[in-house]
Design a protein around this ligand. Structure first.
Ligand code: G6P
Ligand code: MG
Length: 218
């Protein structure tokens, strides 16, 4: 039986990738190069400072540690400014209904995100109350694909990893779930999320019954 479900935030609960992209692109352009949407894909699930390193490598730019921190701080301020437009109706289609179903079935719910802004974003969506635990970028020492974020989440919820389902849109996130011995539901495309147990396009028209049957748990 499913004891707990752990959700990634960006790209699973809400589409913040578009705001991350705008803010990262401005940083790149400020340094004299551009960042394509394809390059932005590489940053999904990756922490802020690791993302910055990837972007600087793309632009063949080297910065001192102090400069990196200063640039990342500006990027984050811009990202948060963009996120202020966010409203409860910006939660991705079907997510709320799916969380309601889990609650009604007494399946425990947690968040597992690399973001240091997770609480703020959930607050903006008015969704904080759904989550019994939030494991975010402020708490973890190793980023995805390391399983730490999800293992801490399962432990907080007293769930066995094998009875925990992780919902993830990032390759690194699906890898983290599998490395932790959990069931992984990819949100996106099978060709990209190759190691997920099942892949769905999103939560629209996706019920707990669908989850159980597609994972072969009924
Ligand atoms: C998520 C996003 C990444 C982002 C990371 C850190 O994993 O998918 O694109 O870089 O969180 O987010 P933060 O809000 O801490 O900068
Ligand atoms: Mg994500």
């Amino acid at each position: 039986a499913i004891q707990a479900c752990l959700f990634d935030l960006d790209g699973v609960i809400v589409d913040t990738a578009k705001y991350h992209y705008i803010a990262w692109r401005e940083l790149a352009q400020d340094l004299g190069f551009d960042l394509t949407p394809e390059q932005n894909e590489l940053l999904k699930g990756i922490s802020r400072m690791e993302s910055l390193d990837i972007i600087l490598a793309i632009g063949h730019v080297t910065l001192s540690e102090e400069e990196k921190i200063a640039r990342a701080t500006i990027k984050n301020a811009r990202y948060l400014e963009l996120c202020q437009q966010m409203k409860p109706e910006d939660a991705l289609p079907g997510v709320r209904a799916f969380l309601d179903e889990l609650q009604a079935d007494a399946i425990r719910i947690g968040l597992g995100s690399a973001s240091k802004n997770a609480r703020l974003i959930l607050q903006g969506l008015d969704m904080l109350d759904y989550f019994e635990t939030i494991v975010d970028g402020n708490r973890i020492t190793k980023g995805k694909p390391d399983p730490e974020v999800f293992l801490l989440g399962a432990r907080d919820l007293n769930a066995e990893p094998a009875a925990t389902v992780v919902f993830e849109d990032a390759v690194a996130g699906v890898q983290a779930a599998k490395a932790g011995g959990m069931l992984a539901v990819g949100i996106g495309e099978r060709t990209v999320l190759t190691v997920a147990d099942i892949v769905i396009p999103g939560f629209e028209n996706f019920s707990l019954t669908d989850l159980r049957s597609q994972l072969g748990l009924i």
